[in-house]
Design a protein around this ligand. Structure first.
Ligand code: ZN
Length: 189
């Protein structure tokens, strides 16, 4: 995981910095999201794509209600096409388009058509939903992959999966970018 390049335009740079600083995400105080996530996991086990889509719709509906935003559209697709327009970043298992407010997630990888693991799938869904929040909740004109963005997406994912949230550790790269230090993050410092 690497953060996006810092934009050159001053106004966008401010958006970027704001996103970077915003490392916390408030979470529902109850089990509504973990419950909806478990339903996604069960639907994935059956391999029924329509059941997965319905479970994702319910998850997003609950999340959107909590964050007081309109629920994004969801499209669950079998295999990721080999060439897909990336938008602003490389998204391996899903994407989000701010104009249509639509999330797409793929259940299988393009080349080997392996089924995506539930953890990866849910993490992708939370990641794309956080792009939605950037526009709809925070009013950002762009959604950047900043350290704050990854923190927020991670917070939502760990809450939904009922696993302990890990603090993310970063290594500085040239030009103001950061790369996650997985070893340190896994060890907890
Ligand atoms: Zn993204």
């Amino acid at each position: 995981m690497v953060t996006d390049p810092v934009p050159r335009r001053k106004d966008l740079r401010q958006v970027y910095q704001e996103s970077d600083r915003l490392a916390d995400l408030d979470l529902p105080p109850d089990g509504r999201l973990p419950e909806a996530a478990r339903a996604i996991e069960q639907a994935m086990e059956t391999g029924d794509i329509e059941a997965v889509r319905q479970a994702c719709t319910e998850f997003l509906k609950r999340a959107a209600r909590f964050y007081k935003v309109k629920a994004p559209e969801i499209e669950v697709l079998e295999a990721r096409p080999l060439r897909v327009r990336e938008g602003w970043a490389l998204e391996l298992f899903g994407d989000y388009h701010p104009e249509t407010k639509r999330i797409r997630v793929w259940m299988r990888t393009a080349v080997r058509r392996r089924i995506t693991s539930f953890g990866t799938f849910l993490s992708t869904l939370c990641h794309e939903f956080c792009h939605h929040l950037d526009f709809e909740r925070y009013g950002f004109p762009e959604s950047y992959h900043t350290r704050g963005f990854y923190e927020r997406a991670g917070a939502l994912y760990h809450h939904a999966r009922a696993t302990a949230r890990k603090r993310l550790y970063w290594n500085r790269m040239p030009a103001g970018r950061w790369r996650i230090d997985w070893q340190k993050t896994r060890k907890g410092g």
